[in-house]
Design a binder for this molecule. Structure first.
Ligand code: AMP
Ligand code: GLY
Length: 431
């Protein structure tokens, strides 16, 4: 089987690592990929906004499975497009991602809130507003107590949520979101919701439209600085599994959230295929949905996939071909700790082009180095963005996994390297 993987981050490096070497794989292409993915397949340059070019590539290389890593092509409708074109041509092409309709769960916060309310899925109380609705918004804000959570309706690269601490700040933020200053068109509509007090985690599930299964739990760390201070980032590290996501908690996640989500989508005529990432708040032992994402997380993938023993290609193929009932997910029971090394200044201004010195990735010792924003210039590895490299280690517990990842992180150098030093420490309390 030939596979085309779309994306260029640490998540896609982890996908490439796990697809490579699977029985049944002939060629793996990654577009655009990065120097890490190039170890496991062929990086190719395709315009990922031009689905007809992607389809032409699939035909040329006889691709049978397309794996979209991030949300952008999914929300723009790549699954429907490729599936329809292939059907017209009698060409066998699967996509392990959801339909355009289902991808709205991530593409529009309002869509996902409406879906959750239709199916009585626990989530924060909300209302949504656009420009010119300040009076209505003020009335709604008066029904809440601070802090207030404001979310740009559209895609904003994971950075479209602002938590404000006063009524006035909430009104000012709403104004600069709806007048498009803050997030452009993504902020034209804003969901304001009740603040949920608790501890966050994510649960990942896989579905083929008929059946679904839980893949794993993970916790990521979004803020740039230790103790969850500073600006939101794409993610500074992740731990999997999450110790408080025990059997009892996961039963609640299944019965209150995953079953009504997958069954609800089916009942509305839109069965879900692909990875479903449910961002949750554990409020006193009860799970509430913060958001849906229609793909794997980054850096959660760099923590979850090293634990995965089931061949990834089997899962991807099963999701795209209604074959999940034949798959059983086998995960290493040890803990994975993933720590991101970022360029100083991230998520603000950063310098690119710093030379990176790397030790060897040591999979035989259950330690991995995942490239995210790196580039090779004349054979020299350099930084190419904010989140540069993720290191992951398995350990007998969180502490052990962290010690090993920290020691690996210390062997990597580039100018202005920065990483959080408290990833996972909040979870020690639950162990
Ligand atoms: P989202 O992009 O929806 O995952 O939100 C980004 C971050 O904002 C989340 O990871 C939470 O830390 C925080 N957040 C979002 N919604 C809420 C909420 N209703 N209550 C408390 N925190 C929230
Ligand atoms: N780590 C959060 C995300 O992938 O959206």
């Amino acid at each position: 089987m030939n596979i085309l993987l779309l994306g260029s981050g640490g998540r896609e490096h982890a996908f490439a690592l796990k697809i490579h070497g699977c029985i049944g794989l002939e060629s793996l292409y990654i577009s655009p990929g990065n120097p890490g993915t190039a170890e496991f397949g062929t990086n190719v340059t395709l315009d990922l906004t031009d689905f007809s070019a992607v389809y032409a590539f699939c035909k040329e290389k006889n691709i049978s499975l397309v794996v979209p890593g991030n949300e952008v092509p999914l929300v723009a409708g790549i699954t429907d497009y490729l599936t329809l074109e292939a059907k017209k041509d009698g060409f066998t092409l699967g996509v392990s991602g959801p339909s355009t309709w289902c991808a709205q769960l991530e593409g529009s916060k309002e869509f996902s809130k409406e879906f959750m309310f239709r199916h009585a899925i626990p989530t924060a109380r909300y209302a949504s507003f656009c420009q010119g609705q300040m009076d209505e918004a003020k009335l709604f804000l008066h029904t809440l107590t601070p802090p207030y959570v404001l979310k740009a309706d559209g895609l904003a690269a994971g950075k479209g949520v602002i938590i404000t601490h006063s009524f006035q700040e909430a009104c000012e933020t709403l104004e600069s979101m709806t007048n498009l200053t803050l997030f452009g068109k993504a902020g034209a509509r804003v969901v304001i919701e009740e603040f949920l007090q608790g501890i966050e985690l994510s649960v990942f599930a896989i579905s083929d439209g008929d059946t679904w299964q839980v893949l794993a739990s993970a916790k990521d760390y979004k803020r740039i600085f230790d103790n969850d201070l500073g600006l939101n980032t794409g993610g500074m590290g992740a731990i999997s599994p999450v110790p408080f996501a025990d059997k009892e908690f996961m039963e609640k996640v299944k019965s209150r959230i995953l079953i009504p989500s997958f069954e609800g989508l089916k009942a509305e005529g839109h069965p879900y295929t692909g990875f479903l990432f449910v961002g949750l708040m554990n409020v006193g032992g009860d799970p509430f949905v913060i958001e849906y994402n229609v793909r794997m997380g980054d850096p959660e993938t760099e923590a979850i996939f090293p634990r995965l023993k089931t061949p990834l290609i089997d899962i991807l193929y099963a999701m795209a071909s209604r074959g999940l009932n034949t798959i059983s997910i086998d995960l290493d029971s040890r803990t994975a700790a993933s720590i991101f090394l970022v360029s100083g200044g991230y998520p603000g201004e950063i310098c690119k082009g710093e030379v990176i010195t790397l030790p060897r990735s040591l999979p035989e010792k259950d330690q991995w180095i995942f490239h995210a924003s790196t580039t090779l210039e004349k054979g020299i590895l350099k930084t190419n963005g904010g989140r540069v490299i993720a290191v992951t280690s398995l350990g007998k517990d969180i502490k052990h996994a962290l010690e090993r990842s920290n020691s690996l992180a210390n062997q990597i150098s580039f100018n202005n390297k920065f990483n959080r030093t408290d990833i996972g420490l909040d979870l020690l309390y639950f162990t």
